[in-house]
Design a protein around this ligand. Structure first.
Ligand code: NI
Length: 394
């Protein structure tokens, strides 16, 4: 496969990529409600003559792209959902839906996916066997990837390698991040209920105040990363919600803390989760309260297979030769591509998409989020070339 053709053709497709992206951007849909989005995807794939399955895990779309030569099967995964954010970009293609916005770039991911489908299809005679295109709903903390796996997406084709991509506004257009091993953190949801004894705000000696206990628990949790994890390891413990009480003069019965834990390694995660339990229970007890800790796993870490990542880096050096290739980028943000990469060895790629001069550098999930659409054809060329390259090597 002549990779220079892929970049040339992807760049020639820019207007279509931007049109797809802007249409999706104007019509954002939340997780498991991506019906219009799924319709756009299915229509575009059927136009290529592909056999398309819809309604998988509510709104997921899967299609098979058959090549002309024998070989392995590769899975390409894209996410589709928007966020409950009120858009504040002022862009002419801004969201038409109040309170909903593509603030993470998944509109761009769908456009990239449609572009890759078109490009790989155009050169399918040179494609060793099959590409499985997977458009997944509900990435944003709603469990869409697991639902797709539960629906048996991997069973029919048994893909041997998986690829995915995320536009990355933390880095400028032209930058590409393809690290080895864990690259995006695993996430757990943390909830601590502190049970005390309520009373009059003016008679604290007759109460067991869960508010003071909660404050001390929040402080104590800050010592986990500082004192319990290996200083060369990485972890985050963030308490993001603290709720207690209804009136200024009433000591409440209970307080609720919620937050998140982010880690890359299982051993670090076990240390952190264990210390959360010990500190919450111990500190609450010292304050004459009781603590109940509920830890819910959300997403495992996104882990790149080093051999596959090395191949994709080599492709990036050839196809995006003008860019900056970063082998070290890691993020504490989580991504449910992790579930696919637990089941199938593969690689997730960050595509730099910010353009500070044009004001397109707000962070992901921000109401002002927007990216440089010149990242779209670059991603299409890279993912298409990587698909041909990986399918060509057993
Ligand atoms: Ni995202």
């Amino acid at each position: 496969m002549d990779e220079t053709l892929l970049l040339r053709d992807a760049l020639a497709m820019s207007a279509d990529l931007i049109a797809w992206r802007r249409d999706l951007h104007q019509h954002p849909e939340l997780g498991f409600q991506e019906r219009r989005t799924a319709g756009v995807i299915a229509h575009s794939l059927r136009e290529l003559g592909l056999e398309v399955q819809t309604g998988i895990a509510e709104t997921g779309v899967v299609a098979l792209l058959e090549g002309g030569r024998p070989g392995r099967t590769l899975l390409l995964r894209w996410d589709m959902d928007a966020l409950p954010v009120e858009e504040a970009t002022g862009a002419p293609y801004a969201s038409l839906e109040p309170g909903r916005m593509h603030a993470c770039g998944h509109d761009g991911h769908v456009a990239i996916g449609l572009g890759v489908a078109r490009l790989v299809h155009a050169y399918r005679a040179e494609l060793p066997r099959r590409v499985q295109l997977v458009f997944q709903p509900a990435e944003e903390g709603l469990g869409g990837a697991q639902r797709m796996l539960d629906a048996g997406v991997l069973e029919a084709e048994r893909p041997e390698v998986a690829l995915g991509v995320h536009l990355w506004n933390a880095r400028p257009l032209g930058w590409v991040g393809i690290p080895d091993g864990p690259m995006m953190a695993g996430a757990d949801v943390l909830e601590i209920e502190i049970l005390g004894k309520g009373g009059h705000g003016a008679a604290p000696h007759q109460a067991h105040d869960p508010v003071v206990a909660a404050a001390l628990v929040v402080s104590a949790l800050q010592t986990i990363v500082a004192r319990n994890t290996d200083p060369t390891a990485t972890a985050v413990v963030s308490i993001t919600q603290l709720r207690a009480g209804e009136a200024f003069n009433v000591i409440p019965d209970r307080a609720i803390l919620r937050g998140t834990v982010r880690t890359f390694e299982a051993a670090v995660r076990q240390t952190v989760l264990g210390r959360i339990e010990e500190l919450a229970v111990g500190v609450a007890a010292a304050m004459e309260c009781a603590a109940q800790v509920r830890l819910t796993p959300l997403t495992p870490p996104v882990v790149n297979d080093p051999r596959i990542a090395a191949r994709v880096r080599a492709v990036a050096r050839r196809v995006l030769a003008d860019g900056h290739l970063d082998e070290t980028e890691r993020s504490m943000v989580s991504e449910d591509m992790a579930f696919f990469l637990q089941a199938v060895p593969g690689c997730f790629v960050f595509i730099g998409s910010a353009n500070a001069e044009r004001g397109l550098d707000a962070p992901h999930h921000n109401p002002g989020f927007d990216f440089d659409e010149a990242a779209l054809p670059r991603a299409v060329a890279l993912l298409s070339a990587a698909a041909f390259d990986l399918l060509g090597h057993a």
